[in-house]
Design a protein around this ligand. Structure first.
Ligand SMILES: NC(=O)c1ccc[n+]([C@@H]2O[C@H](COP(=O)([O-])OP(=O)(O)OC[C@H]3O[C@@H](n4cnc5c(N)ncnc54)[C@H](O)[C@@H]3O)[C@@H](O)[C@H]2O)c1
Length: 261
């Protein structure tokens, strides 16, 4: 629905603004963790899913969702691949309503000893790759005069965390990028926003944040725990909905209050 249609009061009824049935949602990095949880939530709500991941496992994730969910194995740092895949998605589904720009990698190194290849890899996936996907998807959204983009940033974009120089740079870069996109594309029917999670409870983080270190980190968060992938999915759904038509260029921390101190 375009911005103008949403100015009509009846378009803001609860049942309408959270109705995703038939909407086409592109999720990058959906083979595991947060992206998979997001794909599952939208699928439950009747959306049509187009999943992108460089892992071949993406096929079984799309298969498990059922319906007409489809997957594309692609590396978001390869601009030609991204353009081809986004073109195929638009041709397959005939529209793209939402992009959840979620694919990303972590990496913890001392600031004075981060290898150039590690720096380049993190920035090229988390920032440049997200730009390539947003740019290609936006071409279709701008043509349609409507669309929602949600970027996956991180609390590392907002607060100083040791060992996070490359990662923080990539995620803070996303916030700058999306503000520019939000003013350029806002007048043309789109919104662009970000989510900044604290540590998310996934299999991967359980290994890194186990034991006493994890206990301490949890205790420092005002609500006393890490965030669940499903809770990130709900934030993504809110920002993708017609309820959020006036939220544009924003960053939504989902961090139990960890970044306000
Ligand atoms: N897990 C956390 O604690 C946490 C906290 C804050 C932000 N985040 C962010 O959330 C997002 C998802 O993280 P996650 O924890 O689910 O991680 P994850 O490793 O479980 O999932 C990331 C997915 O992205 C894919 N991917 C990586 N590089 C890619 C590339 N070049 N092209 C295509 N796909 C690629 C991976 O194959 C993987 O399936 C990331 O952007 C991450 O930075 C995670």
């Amino acid at each position: 629905m375009s911005h103008e249609n949403l100015a009509d009061e009846s378009a803001l009824e609860f049942s309408r603004v959270f109705d995703f049935s038939g909407k086409v949602i592109v999720v990058t990095g959906a083979a595991s963790g947060i992206g998979k949880a997001i794909a599952e939530l939208f699928s439950e709500r009747g959306a049509r899913l187009a999943l992108i991941d460089k892992s071949p496992h993406i096929q079984s994730v799309a298969g498990a969702l059922g319906g007409d969910a489809r997957s594309w194995e692609a590396d978001i740092t390869e601009d030609a691949q991204v353009a081809r895949v986004v073109g195929e998605i638009a041709a397959t589904f005939g529209r793209i309503d939402v992009l959840i720009n979620n694919a990303g990698v972590g990496g913890i190194w001392p600031a004075e000893a981060t290898r150039s290849e590690d720096w380049n890899r993190v920035v090229s996936i988390n920032l440049t790759g997200q730009y390539f996907v947003a740019r290609e998807v936006a071409k279709y959204m701008l043509e349609a005069g409507r669309g929602r983009i949600v970027m996956m940033a991180s609390q590392a974009a907002l607060i100083g965390l040791d060992g996070h120089a490359a990662y923080a740079a990539s995620k803070a870069g996303l916030l700058g990028m999306l503000r520019s996109m939000a003013v350029e594309w806002g007048p043309r029917g789109m919104t662009v926003n970000a989510i900044s999670p604290t540590v998310v409870d996934t299999e991967m983080t359980a290994i890194y944040w186990g034991g006493e270190k994890g206990e301490r980190a949890r205790a420092e968060i005002p609500v006393g725990r890490f965030v669940k992938p499903r809770e990130i999915a709900y934030a993504a759904m809110l920002l993708s909905s017609d309820a959020a038509a006036m939220i544009n260029g924003a960053n939504l921390p989902v961090d139990g209050g960890n970044t306000i101190r």
